[in-house]
Design a protein around this ligand. Sequence first.
Ligand code: HEC
Length: 382
Amino acid sequence: MNFTHNQFISLSLSALAVAHLAVVVTAAQAPTPGTAPAQAARERTGEELYRAACATCHGPDGKGSPKSVVGFDIELPDFTDCSFATPEADLDWMAIIHQGGPTRAFDRMMPAFGDALTEAEIDRILGYVRGFCPEANWPRGDLNLPRPLVTEKASPENEAVLTTSVRSTGTGSVGNQFLYEHRIGPRGQYEVVVPFNLQEGAAGTWSRGLGDIALAYKHALFDSLSRGSILSAGSELKFPTGKERSGLGGGATIFEPFLTLGQILPRDGFLHAHAGLEFPLATSGASNEAFWRLAIGKTYARNRFGRAWSPMVELLAAREIASGETTAWALLPEMQVSLSTRQHILINAGVRFPVNERDTRGKTFLVYLLWDWFDGALFDGW
Ligand code: HEC
């Protein structure tokens, strides 16, 4: 390997940070003569450890030291910026502190502390780093649970999702839906849904074109990291932009208020619950509908910090609000996997099986590609 002069200085700096830390920690733990080791080993606080191990680069105030101090060009994160710091889950930051920047496709100037610090020390440092964001009303990224194929998440997010669905029976139909989500302030998020569909007609000819475009706003009403819960309310307006005659659209403007809950379960499990109503505004024969959806899953990560696999199953129910109508139930087993090292590009695939009315409703294959655009450009972080 060839290092430039600057790289050499910076690498020495990170080696020095780890070595310096080793001295600080050992000194703190060395028993003084005549006292029992357990009494002498005073625990260093998160702040003391941060000052010893992190402050050279990240700055005593958490804003990042200037280039003149660190000697390298890589921009340091600003831990006091809540819009940047709160969406990052503890697990991602733990991974970076344990194993160094490259474990999440960041720069190797961020050293690995897994050998120099204990698990408890890293926890305390993280607790201190979390304190740099001065505003408490930002829901934490830990509550941003893996996204199911159909059920809406409660956590506001910055994501782009491309979903394709293919029906197995009846007339042929391929739906593509592009969804763009953008956070507004600490608790809000708007989204735009643009579907592009392919629909087989009665004579075997295919129509293709724009479906019904939708706009939505979602707001986090309640969140608690200690309880592992987040609750949001939102509403969506769907416009009849798709041609109804060709089967590409529903032909009515629809107003859809909804509630959605995310809950962390023990052992890396999670649950989403989502319920809402659909009211066609200018009635054109379409009827009011209610839906409720439940998704349960669990995340497995290779060596704790590696690629994340999240199997889930969704239970989907919808019913027209009119007497005598039956509820349509469906089950949707699926698997979400992170593709990029940064874990900002994910794929999820599953099959929706009708539980009742199976002769009229077929299976649907669904797959999405998700890009958490706030965490890195599409081709960065692999
Ligand atoms: C030698 C300098 C250096 C030291 C010492 C250092 N870091 Fe870093 N750290 C960096 C750099 C540079 C980055 C940004 C890497 C990038 O953006 O590619 C970074 C990134 C991070 C991130 C990721 C932020 C994000 O973008 O999600 C965290 C978290 C972090 N450091 C925590 C720590 C903690 C905690 C310590 C002390 C235990 C520490 N760092 C010590 C240089 C350092």
